[in-house]
Structure formats: structure tokens, C-alpha cells
Write a protein that binds this ligand. Sequence first.
Ligand code: ATP
Length: 701
Amino acid sequence: MANAILSSIADLARLRRIDLRPEWADAASKLTGEDEPALETCCEMIGWAPPTRYSDAPRTHEFPLLVFHPDRGWAVVERVEADNRLQVVHNGVATTWPDADRARIYDLVIPLPASRQRFERAIDVFKASVLRRKQVILLAILATVVVNFIALITSLYTMQVYDRVVPRGAFSTLWVLSVGALTALAFDFTLRVVRANLLEREAAHIDTEVSEFFFARAIDARLDTRPPSVGTMAGQLRGMEQVRSMISSGIIFAFADLPFALLFIFVVAQIGGVISIVLLVGFPVALGVALTFAKLIRKDTERTQVSNNRKNGLLVEAMDSAETVKANRGQWYMMSRWGTLLDELHASEVPTKKLQAKAGAIFGTMQQAMYILLIAWGSVEVFENRLSLGGLVACSILAGRVNGPLIAQLPNLLVQWSYSRSALGMLDGILKFPTERAANVDLLRPTRLAPQLTFRDVEFVYPGGRAGVNIPKLTIEAGERIAIVGGVGSGKSTLLKLMSGLYPPQSGQILIDRLDMTQVAEDTLRTHVGYLPQDYRLVNGSLRDNLLLGLPDPGDDRIMEVAQETGLANLITQHPRGLDLPIAEGGRGLSGGQRTLTGLTRLLLAQPKLLLLDEPTSNLDVDTESLVLRTLTKRLSPETTLIIVTHKLQLVGLVNRLMIFANGQVAIDGPAAEVLKRMQRPKTVQEPAGTGPKPAEMGAN
Ligand SMILES: Nc1ncnc2c1ncn2[C@@H]1O[C@H](COP(=O)(O)OP(=O)(O)OP(=O)(O)O)[C@@H](O)[C@H]1O
């Protein structure tokens, strides 16, 4: 890493055992300085909280920390020795620096990746994000309180005008009162604008934080435990927008508007006396109606949410499999599923909407009725001289302020709350998916990981008890070249996924360089293990983005050099936009073979020590295939382990060990020539049945 600050931060993250995203430093790529202020700039560029400098000596448990030494620059400090020396890690190497008293120590909060943050319930994620901004929320509540006080002033102003100004023609008092009221209104306007701005800005931050968290959790979910419908899961994720907007409006309602409604009732009681009974009775009745209504719609909003998510799922599926659907005249099938879902959706949505309309009508009528009762009762009080006319007008204005939050906000807020509740339930479901690595395990981050694999009593079964893999014992040494062949559905791809660490076994252990794979940190494992799936999917972006997915940019020369060797260069040079060739969503825009070549080129750029290729040449023409084979032979260093799943005999020439896979088990395993010879012999009684294809079949594809 070019910049000393960035490389020290990387060391700090490693020592604190925090995974940094591959592109974590991209935002700080323009960082030039390496002095102390540059650290703050760096944090700002990355979007982290600013560093804090220690004025006293840090306590033992607070290490490791960042240190700046005027003569030596940046490093990570692990200890300050009694003899004025610093125990540091500089550029990944542990060493000692003298003159500890001249060094300055900084703490830096490196955000934990979503998979390491522990939240039991989705609401806690929102709560944590809101609480991080308590000051802003308090300010917004305070602004609402002041806005409500100003509303009180308006009603008192009206009372004074009716009672003092109109009967006596006291216009000088009127001007003073009017100027006062107008000033209060100007203040009110400013506060409302400030409150809206504050809330919007913080809402955007909360949105970013929360949606990044859930997005990361969703993509971190272990592949073998993810729900089968991607679209439905995407629908579930969308629920967080609902929750977020509910939370910001709900907080203001509960902490400012609702308490103020009570204060207004109190003021009406002070001015109007008994007529406040109308509000004292009406307010709890309205609240009771609202809560009953919330209970009634709960079930339907949950059903609506589920149907909406399924609709989303079907839409994604229909678009994704458009070719298959069209080619097989599957439109009718899809249309009928769509129709059924729409019926389901309407069956739950219509009752909610009807109830919402009914509640609106009830609340509207209640508001009018309360107003009429208040005025009628108030008139009697005025006639009896127990209340002034101005007092009655002020009470009627205040009654409007009591009804305001109830009529204007409560019904909508309750529907929103009901939807948010079910959205939260679905987000809870996303939190329940196990992630790639357990959050509470201190993961291993060895700097070197030999490409050596050991299977011990490994068993893996797909959810629902479907086919899987069962391997009691298997050892693969560093530098071995292995081909795995076997019949369709025999479990070869599953075995490769287990070897890559993407699927953990249900029982047994897979060791890489004698370390349990599940205990090795994700970033370390991905650097050392390269896996090319059978159906290599590209992501929306440019070809360059796809070639460099998760890799530091090695420069165009290097990319083109490797692309030349895999045959991808033809595509790059022939396209007017070259490496910037756009890739559509879902990886559309390239042929199957070109997609495979992109994956292969990326792997060769990454240079992992363990290479797992799942039918790498099945989409390639004969010439490209032999080019790829030659490149693999040339490029792989002697210590690189290569494991290829294939149906093709040509690839077997590349390896020295051959494994025949059948029914999720290794049926035959040995030196390639020997296994081939054995397969050509007529089957003997010792050999297990169904041991996969004959060499002739293997070459048939
Ligand atoms: N995601 C999944 N969920 C449930 N079962 C699965 C899943 N993926 C594969 N299987 C099942 O596991 C078995 C092994 O599949 P796998 O893809 O490993 O076979 P394979 O040997 O690579 O086949 P092929 O040569 O056709 O690629 C199959 O019976 C398949 O139906």
C-alpha cells in the first residue's frame, strides 16, 4: 500500500481482526500527505469517524493503536515499554522504536463488517442508528415543542384581540400584539424549515447505515442457507425504507405532538373550564378507536407484505428467465401465477384500504362533532358569563390543535406502523440467516496459507435432505494437479464449493494448510482460494469492473497481458469501448464462453495458490480451449494446487491425479494414467457400481 497511513490502518485492522473490504481504501486513493493532519483527512475520505489523539498513556487493553513518530512516521503500536521504547508493527513487520515520549498515539474506530455486528432483532439495528444521532433527534423534538408553544401563542393572541382590542378599540395594543404574533410566526417558520432539514439529513444517514448493514447481511448469508427466491428476499429488504420513515415520523409524534395535545387540553381547561370535558373524553376515545383499528389491520398488512414480496420475486424470476419462458411458451404459466398473486394481494389490501377509509371518516366526524359540542357548550358558558367570547374562540383553535395530530397523523401513522411491523418481522428473518463466519469467533488470518487440503469425515447435504457429499478422508497436497470426473449430478460441483469454503460441511472438517477452513477469515481465504463456478455470472458495470472484482488494480498492461493469454483480448480489442465494455444487469452482454474467459482472466490476475475450476472449458471452442490449457500449464507455479471438475478428456492431460466421483463420494482416486487404465479394463467385482462415465463418455462433451 503506497501511503504509510493506509498501510498502518490495514495493519491495525489485521491486528484487531477486522475484515476490511477489498476497496476500503479506494476513497482515500488521492491522499497525498503522511503527516498527522493527513490521518484526519484520510478518515474523512473513507467516511469513518475522526481519529482521537491520546493525551495520556493508553491503558493496556486499549492497544493496538496507531502511532505517529516524528522521525519514523506511522505504525501500529502494540505496547509502550518502560524503557521509553515502542513495540510497533511497521509495514507488517514487528519491530521496536526508541523515543516513545516523542510519539503521538491515536485511536481509530474501524467499523466492524455487518457479519461481525451482533443484532438479534432488526429494530435494534434502527435503534442503534437513531441513538447514534440522539442530539439531532433531541433538537428536532425541541423544535417541535417550540413550534407547538407558538401555536399556543396564536390562540392566546386571538383571545386578547376578541376580549380586549375589539370591545375597547385598543389599536395600539393590537399593533403590539400583532407584531409579537408575527415575530413568533417568523420564528415558527424558521424552526419548521430547520427541523425538516435536520431530520432529512439524518434520515439519509440512517438510511445509508441501515441499508448498508442489511445489504451486507443479505449478501453475507451463507450460500447453503439462503432462501431459494432471490426476488422475495429483495422485497424483504425493501421493507427497511418503510421502517425508517415510520421511525422518524413516529418519534416526533410520540415525543412532541402527542404530549402537546395533552398540554393543549390543559390550557383549554384553564381558559374554558368545563368545556374541556369534550376534549378530555374525545381524546382517549379517538386514541382507543385508533388502537382498535391498528389491531384490525395488522393481519391484512402482514399478508399484503408477503404477497408484495412474492410479486417482486415473480417479477425478478420472469425477467431473469425470459428466454426460457418465451422459448417454451411459458408466458401463460407466468401470467397465471402473476394473476393469482394479484388476487392474493387485493384480498389483503382491499380490507386494509376499506378500514383506513372508514377510520378516516370516523375520525373526521369525531373532529366535527367535538368542535360542534365545544362551540355549543361554550356558547352557553359565554351566555352565563363564565367564559369570554375571546376565550371560546381560543378554545376552538386549541381544540383544532388537539385534533390535528389525531386526525391528520394518527390513522396514517398506524397503517405505516402496521406495515413497518411486518417489514421488521421480515428483516428479522434476514438477521437469522447464518453468515459465512460466526460473529463471535476470533478468526485466523495467517499471512501464508499453503494450498493443501484435508477432508475429515465430511458430510454435506442440501436443505431438505437432498443429495450432497460424503467424504470420510481425502488429502490433497500443495502443488497437485487433480481432475474430478463423474456423472451428471454426482456432486462434483458441490465438492468444489466445499473446497472453496463457500459451503461449510454439516459435519466433519475441511482443513486448509492444517487450519479449519471455517475458522479462517473470509478475506484471507478468498486471497488464497480462487474458484471459477460452472455458470460464471458477471455483475452490472464494465468489463474492467468484472475483471478486477475484489482485486487491487494491477494496471491495464497487466490486464491485457493476461487477457492475451486466455483469449479474452480478442473481445477487448474488437469492442469500441475496450475494457470499458458495458455489462448489463445479471451479466448480460457477453456470451457464455466470454463470461468464462472473464472469470479465468480474473483468477489469473488474482494468482491464488489454490485454483478450483468447475468445467472451465465447457463453453469454449477448440482453439480457445487449447489456448486456455496452454496458459494454465505455463502460468501455474509449481506450488499452486489445481483442481478441475470436467467432463472432457483433454483437461485430464493437464493433471497427474484423477478422481472419479459418484453419488457424492470419491469412487476411484489415484494417478491419472493408472485410473484411466483401470477405467478401460472391464469392470471387476471390487469396483463400486455407478462410478461415473467411461473415458469415451467423458470426451463426448
Ligand atoms: N442448491 C441446491 N439445492 C438443493 N440441491 C442441490 C443444489 N445444488 C445441487 N443440488 C443437488 O446436489 C446434487 C449434486 O449436484 P452438483 O451440482 O454438485 O452435481 P455435479 O456433479 O456438479 O453435476 P453436473 O455434472 O451436472 O454439473 C444434485 O443431485 C443436485 O440436484
